[in-house]
Design a binder for this molecule. Structure first.
Ligand code: AMP
Ligand code: MG
Length: 491
């Protein structure tokens, strides 16, 4: 059965917990009428909404916070977090309000959040609003990550109106409807740990286990098992980020999902030219969250999570669990890199090839996505496409040597060309959401209320491994004339 948004069946298990965990707060109505900026049918399917549900005024009213879903709970979640290494004991959803949770016929639970729907008790100095620009970025990137097969929150729609928001300049306001099985963050547990409130801490942890890790209930040590599972998911998530050149930008513990999802898209970016020290967040002066720091920061954040569980597990057990992180990360990363190069398994040859290639790419600032995609066309016995690759390096002769070694390894370890090439095309996306692509969609939306570019990009990025011959220009790195877009945290 397909639902209308107004009568979407909600279960609201989170708001049935005690009020320690959230504040009840309704979305603030918009001053001007809200319009639908973009609707994502793929996400609507997750909620089992009728495919044409977005064609009504009611849809706009609900997903702009002007009208309520029947039985909506309306809560802002409480959390703390380590921001740039420092504990901030009280944060919380300052501009996101959960409308409730719905469970679809496959038993999947989805929390529905409006991001940018007005002030909450956790807004601190903020206005509770989001700007169109940052909303489009989160919308596009969460769906792009989904297309890449990387765990992420999802996005149902963007609504907007002519209400003004004040940042460095006056901007247009918009609201993103975000979906996730749970928005609980490492910081959600930290909030209670740092107040010595062990009872609510236990309740929240039990909630996470029973609703999101039910297979752990039967464990003799469920809290330790939870930690181990989050460590494993986070390590694998970050390995996936590294393998596509994704930089999150603000890996504070309040942006780390207890489910191992990519959460809270702010100043994120995908690498263009390969620079492992790339910092995508212009407020990150020390490079704490640089691309090559992400694996290490993942472990640092998990250590914060482990600390919050020490009332229930021993420090030795916590340490032991954390000690597994590097190995899980390495194994996943090595497997992903092997697949990117066309090998089924990692071995010494693949290790050497990966290292040398990345060094040469760094020296030449070779475009990360294009290079790996172009490698798919290498053939064992023909040098026909070599020149395209050689042109991507400042020292083509050194790269020739690499190609030579690569061909030797292909003969030794890889399946035949046709098979390998089609495998590689599933491991190396042709398209990622480069900043300049998002920027074009933003400019069209801001200047002309033209949302067609959002639509084009969503369709493209839902299938980033396909060729899309008519959209091939989106695979190109930014022209050198394109100014780097500076992106910062909260907007
Ligand atoms: P973020 O950088 O988006 O992860 O946000 C960090 C914290 O600031 C969270 O508690 C957010 O809810 C809060 N926040 C960010 N922007 C706003 C805003 N415009 N109004 C209120 N709170 C905000
Ligand atoms: Mg956040």
């Amino acid at each position: 059965m397909k639902h209308n948004p107004k009568t979407l069946p909600l279960s609201n298990s989170f708001s049935e917990l005690s009020k320690d965990f959230y504040a009840e707060v309704k979305p603030s109505p918009t001053l001007n009428a809200a319009e639908l900026i973009h609707f994502n049918p793929a996400a609507a399917e997750l909620l089992e909404l009728a495919p044409d549900c977005h064609q009504t005024a009611e849809f706009n009213a609900i997903f702009s916070g002007n009208q309520a879903i029947d039985n909506a709970a309306h809560i802002a979640m409480r959390y703390a977090g380590h921001q740039f290494g420092h504990l901030v004991p009280s944060l919380g959803d300052g501009r996101a309000i959960m409308l409730g949770e719905t469970t679809n016929s496959h038993g999947q639970r989805w929390e529905i959040q409006l991001k940018g729907s007005g002030m909450t008790p956790f807004s601190r100095m903020g206005d509770g609003r989001a700007v169109l620009r940052s909303t489009i970025r989160e919308y596009l990137c969460s769906e792009a990550m989904f297309g890449l097969g990387i765990p992420t929150t999802r996005a149902l729609c963007i609504t907007g109106c002519d209400d003004k928001v004040y940042r460095e300049q006056v901007e247009t306001s918009a609201i993103l409807t975000r979906l996730a099985p749970s928005h609980v963050r490492f910081g959600s547990l930290e909030y209670f740990y740092y107040r010595d409130k062990h009872e609510p801490l236990r309740q929240l942890t039990d909630y996470v286990i029973s609703h999101h890790y039910p297979e752990l209930i039967v464990s003799d040590t469920p809290y330790l098992a939870l930690l181990q599972e989050v460590i494993s998911r986070t390590a694998k998530l970050i390995a996936q980020w590294q393998s596509v050149g994704f930089c999150h930008g603000v890996m504070n513990t309040d942006n780390m999902s207890i489910l191992g999802l990519t959460l809270d898209y702010g100043p994120f970016g995908f690498l263009d030219g390969y620079n492992p020290r790339h910092i995508c967040n212009h407020s990150d002066h020390s490079g704490r969250y640089a691309y090559d720091q992400q694996p290490e920061i993942g472990l640092w954040n998990l250590a914060c999570l482990a600390q919050t569980l020490t009332p229930f597990i021993s420090e030795d057990d916590a340490r032991q669990a954390l000690s597994q992180y590097s190995q899980i990360f390495q194994q996943e990363y090595q497997q992903l890199m092997s697949n990117k190069l066309g090998f089924e398994n990692y071995n010494d040859d693949v290790e050497q090839l990966t290292k040398t290639l990345l060094l040469q790419m760094q020296q030449s600032q070779t475009d990360f996505t294009s290079l790996f995609r172009q490698l798919c066309s290498v053939e064992r016995d023909s040098e026909q496409t070599d020149q395209i690759l050689r042109n991507m390096f400042v020292e083509p002769e050194a790269f020739d040597q690499w190609l030579n070694d690569y061909r030797l390894a292909l003969r030794k370890h890889a399946p035949p060309d046709k098979q390998r090439q089609s495998n590689m095309k599933l491991a190396n996306p042709k398209y990622v959401l480069r900043n300049h692509m998002a920027q074009l969609a933003i400019e069209k939306a801001e200047q002309e209320k033209d949302y067609s570019e959002i639509d084009r990009l969503i369709k493209l990025l839902h299938n980033p491994f396909d060729e899309h011959a008519d959209m091939a220009h989106y695979a190109s790195p930014p022209a050198e004339s394109v100014e780097q877009v500076a992106v910062s945290c909260s907007s």
